[in-house]
Write a protein that binds this ligand. Structure first.
Ligand code: SDX
Length: 428
């Protein structure tokens, strides 16, 4: 805390609000006493200028396009780390020593199986249910099975729930895919990596051995790392708000999955590939750019723009490099990638996008890779949820341990009817 303050003057009086600096990035004005002193609320729909908490997990500099996880730049982690190592880093705050990583990986691998009755839970869905509908349902249902890790006041139970959620998401997501294609569920095989296990449960079949392709495994691992956490985005804020009431961790993560599903958030990866396919050929791009700029047209360029990044999303750069690598190494040429590159070039030279600082975000290229690996577009957001679970649980743990946290309960600017008396139906 410093002794710097922000002065507030109104007809009711003058007040000074303390400024609190972070280790890097914007300082905050502490307005916790604002309503008590002024009788007024601050107003910030969409929280464009509001810090909801303090956190040490992820730092984003939107102007410079910087993303750090516990201080480590995302491009270095994507290039050099593994998803297990990044998961340890997000949850525990430091890169693990070899023994710590082995222990963490072993613990996670021992939680990859689901309670057998949960597989019958899938049978209640239609085969064409959206995988995110299944993820919301099955993850919420974990609360009905794992009662020994729902007491959020017990740090040990919180860590068991953390391990269970990180470990079981690949199994749940793979089962959602298998159910949609009518193939039998595959049990986890803990002799392969976290990412390899997911690929095997998704694309393997009981009738034959499944060899994990190292090219695809490396791409999948990078995609998981790029999606692991991202400060106080909509779904993470949802998890924190649900957690602030004391709800159990499985219910909180199910709430995060529901929020992520929206096309303005995690659903954008599915929408972006569908949009690129609809554009189909580079000569159709000008029409879609015009629609994106047209105030009267609700169409937006999916995979473009970001609340925080007013520069290139650093994850999009790594994603584009990975898309080029994977398609080259798999010998696939996908016209959608050419359309995406062309669209990016045209948009970034257009005044509308330059003025509004709209750049490709993490969702713009991810679909090209996931499609090349063989995932249907409906699975894209489920993969985002799989990877983001470690960020959600890390932020949830941080929130619960934060002495300053209390139940989240925003107020409002009321613009409805003032008090009036009831009128009998015959007199209306
Ligand atoms: C994710 O928050 C996170 O960190 C999220 C995420 C994470 O890792 O958790 O990074 C993941 O959700 C990435 C974003 C994925 N969504 C999309 O790609 C959907 C398309 N993008 C837009 O819907 C939009 O850019 C948002 C939702 C991402 C951000 O919206 P904001 O910050 O509320 O900005 P805005 O809607 O107020 O837009 C500012 C202006 C508007 O024009 P004006 O009203 O000022 O005239 O830019 C325009 C918008 O119309 N605009 C776009 C646009 N995005 C913004 N115009 C055309 N195409 C777009 N994609």
């Amino acid at each position: 805390m410093t002794d710097k303050t922000m002065a507030m003057t109104s007809s009711e009086g003058n007040w000074d609000y303390p400024l609190i600096p972070g280790s890097v990035g914007p300082e905050v004005v502490d307005i916790r006493k604002f309503y008590g002193q002024t009788g007024m609320f601050t107003y910030d729909p969409g929280f464009t200028s509001t810090a909801s908490c303090q956190s040490a997990i992820t730092y984003i500099d939107g102007e410079k396009g910087i993303l750090l996880h516990r201080g480590y730049p995302i491009d270095q982690l994507a290039e050099n780390s593994t998803f297990m190592e990044v998961s340890y880093l997000l949850v525990h705050g430091e890169l693990p020593k070899a023994k710590e990583l082995d222990q963490f990986t072993y613990t996670i691998s021992r939680h990859t199986m689901l309670h057998e009755q949960l597989s019958t839970f899938y049978r209640g869905f239609r085969r064409d249910a959206h995988p995110m509908a299944i993820m919301c349902g099955v993850v919420g249902a974990l609360s009905a099975f794992y009662h020994d890790s729902t007491d959020i006041t017990d740090p040990e139970q919180r860590m068991i729930a953390t391990h269970r959620l990180i470990a079981k998401m690949p199994t749940i997501a793979a089962m959602a895919y298998k159910y949609s294609v009518g193939q039998p569920f595959m049990y986890p095989d803990n002799s392969v990596s976290y990412t390899g296990n997911f690929l095997r449960m998704t694309f393997g079949v009981p009738a034959e051995a499944y060899e994990v392709n190292p090219v695809i495994e490396r791409a999948m691992r990078r995609i998981f790392i790029l999606h692991a956490d991202h400060e106080q985005n909509a779904s993470t804020s949802t998890v924190r708000l649900a957690g602030s009431s004391g709800a159990n961790p499985f219910a909180c993560i199910a709430a995060g999955i529901a929020c992520l599903w929206g096309p303005a958030h995690g659903g954008a990866n599915e929408a972006a590939l569908n949009m690129l396919r609809e554009i189909a050929r580079p000569e159709n791009i000008p029409e879609y750019i015009a629609r994106a700029k047209d105030k009267d047209d609700p169409f937006r360029l999916m995979g473009f723009g970001h609340r925080v990044y007013k520069n290139y999303d650093p994850r999009a750069k790594v994603m584009q490099q990975t898309a080029e690598e994977v398609l080259k190494e798999l010998g696939i040429s996908d016209p959608v990638l050419d359309t995406a590159r062309e669209l990016e070039q045209i948009a970034l030279k257009d005044d509308y996008f330059i003025e509004k600082k709209l750049y490709p975000n993490v969702d713009f290229y991810s679909g090209v890779i996931l499609n090349a690996i063989g995932f249907p577009t409906e699975m894209f957001t489920a993969l985002f949820a799989l990877a983001r679970t470690v960020g959600w649980v890390a932020q949830w743990n941080e929130m619960i341990s934060d002495p300053e946290q209390k139940i989240g309960r925003p107020r409002q600017l009321y613009v409805g009817a003032t008090q009036r008396d009831y009128v009998e139906v015959g007199e209306r």
